[in-house]
Design a protein around this ligand. Structure first.
Ligand SMILES: C[S@@+](CC[C@H](N)C(=O)[O-])C[C@H]1O[C@@H](n2cnc3c(N)ncnc32)[C@H](O)[C@@H]1O
Ligand SMILES: [Zn+2]
Length: 281
C-alpha cells in the first residue's frame, strides 16, 4: 500500500514529506502527484524520457514467463539472501522492479518489511502495485535523485536493472544491504546463436563491481544456473521479455524458433552479489 511507505519517501521536487489524499500524493509545499486507478503513484511528471522503459508487450511477456515459475529459484535465492542480511524492519526498495516479482517474493520472506517498487514503465508498475499487499509502486527514473529519504532503505534490490550508485548509497541505511542480480555471460547461451539474441557482456559482473565499488564493498556472491526445457511458445515469450525484443523482427524470430527442437534445452545463468555501504568519508 502506498500509504504505508510514505514515511520512506520524499517529494521529488522539494524533498518535503508526502501524504496521501484521494487518488493523489501531496507534499508539505503543495506539489501533487496522481495515483493511477491501478494503485501506483506517478512521481515522474513532465517531459521524462522513457526510452528504456519496458513496453506493454515486454512487460506482458515477462509476467507470463515468470508465472511459469522458471526463475522461482532465483527469486528464492534473492529472498534468502535478503532475509539473512536485512535489518529487522524497514523498507525494501526495488530499483527497476518490473512486475514486482522479486520484491513480492522477498516480502513474503521479510514479513515485517514494506516494499517500494520503482520503475520507469507504467506498464510494469500496474502489475507491481498489485504484486504484494505491502508494495507501494512509483514511476521513477533511477538515474535521477531518488524520491526516497536519506538512510531510509534496509534492503535495496537491483535485478537486471540500471544502477545509480551514488543515490543507492544515499538512501541505504548504514546497516542495510544492496543486492544486485545480473545475467551471467552464458545466460541463455543455447538461444543466443540460433535466435540472434544480444549477448551478455562477459565483463558484466566486473563492471557492476566497478560501478558501485567507490561507495560499496562486496559482501557476498553466488552463481545460479537453471537448466530449463522450454516449449517454442515459452522461448518466444522469453525472447519477447528481454533486451533483444527492441531489435528483433517478430516474423524472423518465429521462423528461427520453429527451426529449434522441442522442447528446447536452455540454461539461465545468473550472478547475485551483495554489497555493504562504505561509511561516508
Ligand atoms: C530487464 S527488466 C527487469 C525487471 C525486474 N527487475 C525483473 O527482473 O523482473 C528492466 C526494468 O528496468 C526498467 N527501467 C529501465 N530503465 C529504467 C530507469 N532509468 N529507471 C527506472 N526503471 C528503469 C524497465 O522498465 C524494466 O521494467
Ligand atoms: Zn514538494
Amino acid at each position: 500500500m502506498l500509504a504505508d511507505v510514505l514515511r520512506y519517501l520524499r517529494c521529488p521536487v522539494c524533498a518535503g514529506d508526502l501524504s496521501a489524499e484521494e487518488r493523489a500524493l501531496r507534499c508539505t509545499s503543495g506539489h501533487t502527484f496522481d495515483v493511477a486507478r491501478q494503485g501506483y503513484a506517478g512521481l515522474l511528471t513532465g517531459n521524462a524520457s522513457t526510452g528504456t522503459a519496458d513496453t506493454a508487450a515486454m512487460v506482458a511477456a515477462r509476467a507470463d514467463f515468470l508465472d511459469g515459475g522458471h526463475f522461482a529459484p532465483l527469486a528464492e535465492l534473492v529472498a534468502e539472501r535478503a532475509a539473512a542480511r536485512a535489518p529487522d524492519e524497514g523498507c525494501v526498495l526495488d530499483a527497476g522492479a518490473g512486475t514486482g516479482y522479486y520484491l513480492g517474493t522477498v516480502l513474503d520472506r521479510l514479513t515485517g518489511h514494506q516494499g517500494v517498487a520503482l520503475d520507469i514503465s507504467k506498464h510494469a508498475l500496474r502489475r507491481a502495485a498489485r504484486a504484494h499487499p505491502r508494495i507501494g509502486a512509483l514511476t521513477w527514473d533511477v538515474w535521477r535523485p531518488l524520491p526516497v529519504r536519506t538512510g531510509a532503505v534496509s534492503v535495496l534490490l537491483d535485478v537486471f536493472a540500471p544502477r545509480n550508485a551514488p543515490e543507492f548509497h544515499r538512501v541505504l541505511r548504514p546497516d542495510g544491504v544492496l543486492i544486485v542480480v545480473t545475467p551471467a555471460a552464458h545466460h541463455l547461451a543455447e538461444l543466443v546463436g540460433p535466435l540472434e539474441l544480444l549477448t551478455v557482456d562477459p565483463r558484466k559482473a566486473e563492471r557492476v563491481a566497478d560501478a558501485v565499488g567507490e561507495r560499496f564493498t562486496p559482501s557476498g556472491s553466488r552463481s545460479l544456473e537453471l537448466p530449463m526445457r522450454l516449449t517454442h511458445k515459452e522461448v518466444a515469450v522469453l525472447a519477447a521479455m528481454g533486451p533483444s525484443a527492441w531489435h528483433t523482427d517478430e516474423a524472423a524470430l518465429r521462423a528461427r524458433i520453429a527451426a529449434l527442437p522441442e522442447p528446447v534445452p536452455v540454461t539461465a545463468a545468473f550472478e547475485m552479489r551483495d554489497f555493504d555501504a562504505r561509511p561516508e568519508s
